[in-house]
Ligand binder design. Structure first.
Ligand SMILES: Cc1cc2nc3c(=O)[nH]c(=O)nc-3n(C[C@H](O)[C@H](O)[C@H](O)COP(=O)(O)OP(=O)(O)OC[C@H]3O[C@@H](n4cnc5c(N)ncnc54)[C@H](O)[C@@H]3O)c2cc1C
Ligand code: FES
Length: 262
């Protein structure tokens, strides 16, 4: 894992508050795997001292091109959205654990919400066979990357909280309504808001499908030194039945059976 200044090659607006950036970051793309993230120092002013974590949305080891997709939510992402080709950021990575890339006899199922669809797109592009992706959003204008999944040959099903597009309600309920059609050798991958992921863990456990989830937390160091990013994981040896796990190092991708939902 390295930390190097990386020039922006291309950037743009996906739609609304969502932007994309392609960095030249060969030290990241050389061995990046789906589900991993980069920790980016966006600027040097006081509000930008802390790095910000972003999922790797695509990584091409031949060209060194690293793509991230992000939503503007605060000072760091606001500054990132203003950057232009040629500007540089320090990019540390690849960091964290990764999704298990399915074999060609496994049916991959993705459940994503918000920027989670950017993280799982890298997985979709690495999977030997296309599967089905369920994407949830508050309303129809919040969706990102639907066409990109379709171009990879994936079946796309959508849910909105307000019913303005697709299924009205939780994306995890939509996924659950499809499970009887999934082949026996299916694997579910989740990335999105924490309540969605905990619901996914419970549902896949009940149905009996293997699942991995990206448990993104607020982060400090990103490399296991500060404990800002802990989540509770199952620990049968502790009296409570759980222990804290640094999601930046032992995660961010966890097998669902390790995630403590109590
Ligand atoms: C492993 C990982 C991967 C991520 N991948 C992406 C990605 O691909 N695209 C993307 O748009 N965002 C991603 N995020 C979230 C992203 O890191 C934050 O949105 C970003 O750090 C906000 O920085 P800011 O300075 O703009 O906002 P801040 O001023 O730091 O915060 C603005 C608001 O965003 C909230 N926020 C900050 N960090 C998080 C977080 N981790 N989870 C939920 N809410 C947060 C704050 O509570 C606050 O309400 C990821 C986070 C993690 C941990
Ligand atoms: S962010 Fe510092 S230990 Fe995880």
């Amino acid at each position: 894992m390295n930390d190097l200044p990386c020039p922006i090659l291309q950037c743009g607006v996906l739609h609304g508050a969502y932007h994309w950036i392609v960095f030249h970051a060969p030290h990241v793309t050389a061995d990046a795997l789906p589900g991993q993230f980069v920790h980016i120092r966006i600027g040097n002013s006081p509000e930008h001292i802390l790095r910000r974590p972003f999922s790797i949305s695509d990584a091409d080891p031949d060209t060194g091109e690293l793509t991230i997709v992000f939503k503007v939510v605060g000072a760091g992402t606001e500054l990132l959205a203003k950057m232009k080709p040629g500007d540089k950021c320090d990019v540390m990575g690849p960091l964290g654990t990764h999704y298990w890339v399915p074999d060609d006899d496994v049916y991959p199922v993705i459940v994503a919400g918000g920027y989670g669809a950017a993280s799982t797109l890298f997985l979709a592009s690495c999977a030997p066979l296309p599967g089905i992706v369920f994407i949830g959003a508050k309303t129809k204008s919040d969706f990102i990357l639907l066409d990109e999944y379709k171009e990879l040959g994936w079946r796309v099903e959508v849910a909105t909280d307000d019913g303005s597009r697709g299924y009205r309600g939780r994306v995890t309920d939509l996924m659950a309504s499809f499970t009887k059609n999934f082949p026996a050798n299916s694997m579910v991958y989740g990335c999105g808001p924490a309540p969605m992921l905990y619901d996914l863990v419970k549902k896949t456990d009940k149905i009996g499908i293997r699942c991995q989830v990206s448990m993104d937390q607020h982060m400090g160091c990103g490399v296991g030194a500060c404990y800002a990013c802990v989540i509770k994981v199952v620990d049968k040896d502790s009296p409570e039945g759980w222990r804290y796990s640094r999601s930046c190092k032992e995660g961010v991708v966890y097998p669902s059976e390790e995630v403590y939902c109590g």
